[in-house]
Design a protein around this ligand. Structure first.
Ligand code: AMP
Length: 635
């Protein structure tokens, strides 16, 4: 409890030793239609069910329950520096818009349990659509607007949405990105076809409508202007949404989340970690296409009765003061961003940090990638508020390691996100023996012992087997959840995250699978084979580097031909996956470093690119392959 004498150590201990009591208490932070019968059902590990027998609704908790006390308080603030628009909605207005959207989705045939895929820029309609789905018990699956047709198609194929909600386009740095052609191409590529497409027209890009399938938002909204759509009372364990994330295969995984556990986890985190209170303003600079956007642009702040800012645009446009001007204008108390964004701001004039009144701000939370000390110090000094690093994953839905300053203010240590959050039994295990590493600073794999806390993924959408095999069977002899991150714990119990154990890379806080990028590049007719690795980058944390074997080996020695093919390959990745997945460079070689059994030596390639020792190369088939890469990197 904030301000009470509870120590965090005691709070944490109770969450682990008396989880039923602990979480029953947290469950009181939200409204239930029917109170839960059982707090935690862990009878079929690793599948954990929270608040069994309880019925509730995310939209009710985010919107309706605030109408009594704060109907005229601002709930949603949408700022776009791309279109120069700023729109705010009170809780009452948000309630009306969500009901209209819910009625529109129902008119298009959406029922409880149906999937609705949302492929949208950061506009108010995106939040309305998410909340409307939650309201009627439809499962939303938001796909990041920066993804292109092939990425989108694989998600449509897997989610099988009845309806897709989209828009004419997004905009980045003033450049319009038409969404509709990407969407149409994705639907063409997918064997599953949606029954209807609902389109918000921002007047940014022309749209071809498919007669009978495509519907315009504005006229439909008019038809449902006075709609009243009650919240469907869902079982706590009913699915609220799926969100796709990259893994080691080319096929993205649908991370599936429940309803009640997620609502409780978010409400508890708003109190104990973020310390956000009703009536205040929360500003997360993320995107609704990422898990941070789900948890801390839309649901978390609204559940806490806060106003939330949705921002479309860059942090440095029109100038590097834009975010701070919003903090001043809307009296933001809690802000959430990523280290990459801070590194971008750090290159700008520091005077922007002093130009605005930031006295409302109490803390800045940063997540998504390792937070380096110079970046943390720069922003801490500039803002004069605590900077709180927090470590989590799409799978967890809320921070796993950070400091719960709302329980007890704790000392931050540079380079460490902090200590395990309540409910998380985090351990460091030896990667191959599975033995627990208990001595300080021993490097191993960061794992979670079940049962996982509320809010954590339930399973992989329609693939329990993949959930178990991917996450719970990677450590020999132990059924524990692997984060696929390396880590150490110091003598004070603080954790340090040291990068991924798998082929997932993290570019500017965005998680990308190297296999997906490799598949895209290999689909170019001029490419025979390719390896993609993540290479350390001072701005973005990591960037993707591709090494490809061209079908025409003459390309390797011909600078002009190589440049042309590199450009073509990049264009192809842009079209298929989106610019977010475009490698920084595509270099051409005559062969790739592989083991004698044909396995790509990605780690060795990465080491060479980062100027490190390539490690044990006894299994390499032809050392000349690595020499070629070494020579290219030196150029
Ligand atoms: P995502 O699922 O896209 O949120 O990516 C999760 C991955 O990002 C984690 O497995 C880590 O590798 C990395 N990550 C997230 N937060 C942090 C952090 N605070 N410090 C270090 N790495 C982080």
């Amino acid at each position: 409890m904030a301000g009470s004498a509870t120590s965090y150590a005691e709070f944490y201990r109770r969450s682990i030793e008396q989880p039923q009591e602990f979480w029953a208490e947290q469950a009181r932070l939200i409204d239930w239609q029917t109170p839960p019968r059982q707090v935690c059902d862990d009878s079929r590990p690793p599948f954990t069910r929270w608040f069994v027998g309880g019925t509730t609704n995310l939209c009710h908790n985010a919107v309706d329950r605030h109408l009594k006390d704060r109907a005229s308080q601002t709930a949603l603030i949408c700022v776009s520096t791309e279109t120069d628009t700023e729109k705010t909605y009170t809780f009452a207005e948000l309630h009306a818009e969500v009901q209209r959207t819910a009625a529109m989705l129902q008119a298009l045939g959406v029922r409880r349990g149906d999937r609705v895929l949302i492929y949208m820029p950061m506009i108010p309609e995106a939040a309305f659509a998410m909340l409307a789905c939650a309201r009627i018990g439809a499962i939303h699956s938001v796909v990041f607007g920066g993804f292109a047709s092939v990425s989108l198609a694989s998600r449509i194929e897997d989610a099988q949405p009845k309806v897709i909600v989209s828009a004419d386009g997004g905009s980045r740095a003033g450049k319009v990105i038409p969404y509709k052609p990407l969407l149409d191409e994705a639907v063409r590529l997918s064997s599953h076809k949606p029954q209807a497409v609902l389109l918000a027209d921002r007047g940014l890009a022309p749209m071809d409508r498919v007669p009978g399938r495509d519907h315009d938002w504005a006229p439909m909204r008019e038809k449902h202007l006075h709609a009243q759509v009650p919240c469907a009372w869902l079982d706590s364990t009913e699915i609220s949404y799926t969100i796709y994330t990259s893994g080691t295969t080319g096929r993205p995984k649908g991370v599936q989340r429940d309803t009640g556990g997620y609502a409780v986890a978010l409400a508890a985190s708003m109190k104990h970690i973020f310390e956000g209170s009703a009536g205040e303003t929360y500003f997360s600079t993320s995107d609704i296409g990422w898990v941070v956007g789900h948890s801390y642009i839309v649901y978390g702040p609204l559940i806490a009765g806060m106003a939330t800012i949705m921002y479309e645009g860059l942090p440095i446009r029109p100038d590097a003061g834009i975010w701070w001007s919003l903090v001043e204008k809307y009296k933001v108390t809690v802000m959430f961003s990523a280290p990459t964004a801070v590194r971008v701001l750090k290159k700008q004039d520091p005077a922007f940090l002093k130009k605005y009144d930031l006295s409302s701000l109490r803390g800045l939370f940063l997540a998504g990638e390792p937070l380096d000390e110079p970046t943390a110090r720069w922003i801490a000094d500039g803002l004069g508020v605590p900077i709180v690093d927090n470590y989590w994953q799409t799978e967890s839905g809320w921070p796993m390691i950070t400091l719960a300053n709302g329980v007890e203010p704790q000392r931050a240590k540079f380079g460490s996100p902090g200590v395990p959050m309540y409910g998380y039994k985090i351990k460091i295990l030896h990667e191959s023996t599975g033995e627990e590493l208990t001595k300080p600073n021993e490097k191993g794999v960061v794992v979670i012992e079940g049962p996982t806390p509320p809010g954590f993924m339930q399973t992989v959408w329609r693939d329990d087997e993949r959930f178990v095999n991917t996450y719970w069977k990677s450590i020999p002899g132990k059924q524990v959840y692997s984060t696929f991150d390396w880590g150490i714990r110091d003598e004070d119990g603080y954790y340090y995250i040291l990068g991924r154990t798998d082929d997932v890379i993290n570019v500017a806080g965005h998680r990308l699978g190297t296999r997906e990028i490799e598949e895209s590049i290999s689909s170019h007719p001029g490419v025979a084979e390719v390896a993609v690795v993540g290479v350390a980058d001072p701005m973005k944390g990591q960037v993707a580097m591709a090494f490809a074997v061209p079908k025409d080996s003459a390309v390797v020695g011909d600078a002009n031909a190589a440049m042309k093919l590199e450009g073509d390959v990049m264009k192809l990745v842009d079209q298929q996956l989106g610019a977010v997945a475009r490698p920084a460079r595509v270099r051409f070689v005559t062969l790739l470093p592989k083991t004698r059994s044909g396995k790509l030596l990605r780690r060795a390639i990465q080491a060479v690119c980062e100027g490190r020792d390539a490690g044990d190369l006894t299994t390499i088939e032809d050392p000349a392959a690595l020499e070629q890469i070494k020579a290219l990197v030196k150029q």
